[in-house]
Design a protein around this ligand. Structure first.
Ligand code: ATP
Ligand code: MG
Length: 339
């Protein structure tokens, strides 16, 4: 049984109306941020989520972490439905799932010293006696590469971005979660320190045996850390599969373009410019079909009407949400028209 399961998870936000729109009784528009996403995450597995800005990655993470209520669908964790938890069960879930946020500057309380910050979560949930909480917090600081003698008494403003993110990681992992949701934890950091933090996360994931949902724009980071990948476009999951299969053999026209847009550090490699046209739009009242269809070089009217929803299946690990995929592969059109 999978540790985490999302069934048809959907999140729609209402667009706030101005006075004029209200007086004119205009219908409320919906931002369809996440549309009918299905996914599973196994024990000790790392699932990477990639896609352009605004495609619903953070909204998906917040729903998984129980910080945002889905508009429809179900989320199950360890066999238990967690999108409708009773107040008495919320503390249990808050411990099982921890989030690591994108912005290490905002995620720490400026009035708490480093050791207090790390000990805060276990204290709030009264996980262990005070002495044990302090011992575990000190050990955790050492595990994330922050020697307690040097860092325990510092305030966040006395730390670098990378050190703050290590404190964020320590605060999440001291809770001994079964799952970590990391929403672009490296994107605000200097390129030179990203590799160190990424290696640290990878090392801790294998030592401490937690599963992880890891969001990034950067496919090279996901290639390094994720076992499986899910590619999203404007709220829809368009492709899912083992990481290297998706990267080496992308199927969906959007994934193909995304992967071809990754720079290659070899000036001799000449690749055609991706044939995606137009700009990514906001998912306000989108049409029912594939949301990539207005930009897809292969789209026909069928694509505007129908969307193939991905359904996790152990026997078919690599899946693509393209109604024309078979036809395009048979006639070799994907390779010709796509980059
Ligand atoms: N609270 C909210 N109210 C209204 N719209 C929202 C809200 N949160 C997110 N959205 C909208 O939902 C869509 C998805 O946003 P989300 O933050 O999930 O994207 P993302 O993939 O994480 O983007 P990025 O890569 O820039 O972080 C966007 O169009 C965004 O404007
Ligand atoms: Mg985001």
């Amino acid at each position: 049984m999978a540790l985490l399961e999302l069934n048809n998870v959907t999140k729609h936000f209402e667009v706030r109306q101005g006075v004029l729109q209200k007086l004119q009784r205009q219908p409320v528009s919906l931002i369809k941020a996440v549309q009918s996403v299905n996914l599973t995450l196994g024990e000790n597995e790392v699932l990477g989520i990639a896609g352009e800005s605004g495609c619903g990655k953070s909204t998906t993470c917040l729903m998984i972490a129980g910080m945002l209520q889905p508009s429809a669908g179900e989320i199950h964790f360890s066999g238990k439905r967690v999108d409708q938890l009773l107040a008495s069960e919320q503390a249990w879930y808050r411990r099982q799932v921890q989030m690591i946020f994108q912005d290490p500057y905002e995620s720490l309380n400026p009035r708490f010293r480093v050791l207090e910050t790390v000990a805060e979560g276990p204290r709030a949930l009264k996980l262990w006696p005070e002495k044990e909480i302090l011992e575990r917090s000190v050990d955790m600081l050492s595990s994330v590469g922050l020697p307690p003698a040097k860092y325990a008494e510092r305030y966040p403003h006395e730390l670098s971005g990378g050190e703050r993110q290590r404190v964020g990681i320590a605060s999440a992992l001291v809770m001994e979660p079964r799952m970590v949701v990391a929403d672009e934890p490296l994107s605000m950091l200097d390129v030179s320190i990203r590799a160190g933090i990424l290696d640290l996360l990878k090392d801790l994931a294998s030592k401490r045996h937690f599963s992880c949902v890891y969001v990034s724009h950067d496919l090279s980071i996901l290639g390094h850390i994720a076992d499986r990948l899910m590619i999203m476009y404007l709220g829809q999951a368009v492709e899912m599969g083992p990481t290297w299969e998706v990267i080496r053999n992308p199927q969906h026209p959007y994934t193909r373009a995304l992967i071809n847009a990754v720079p290659v550090p070899d000036p001799r490699v000449i690749r055609p410019v991706p044939t995606i046209r137009g700009e990514v739009s906001r998912p306000i009242n989108p049409p029912p079909g594939c949301r990539f269809s207005p930009r897809c070089p292969h789209a026909t009217t069928v694509c505007q009407q129908a969307f193939l929803q991905l359904q996790p299946d152990e026997n078919k690990p690599h899946q693509t949400a393209c109604v024309r995929l078979e036809e395009l592969s048979q006639t070799n059109q994907l390779a010709e028209a796509s980059p």
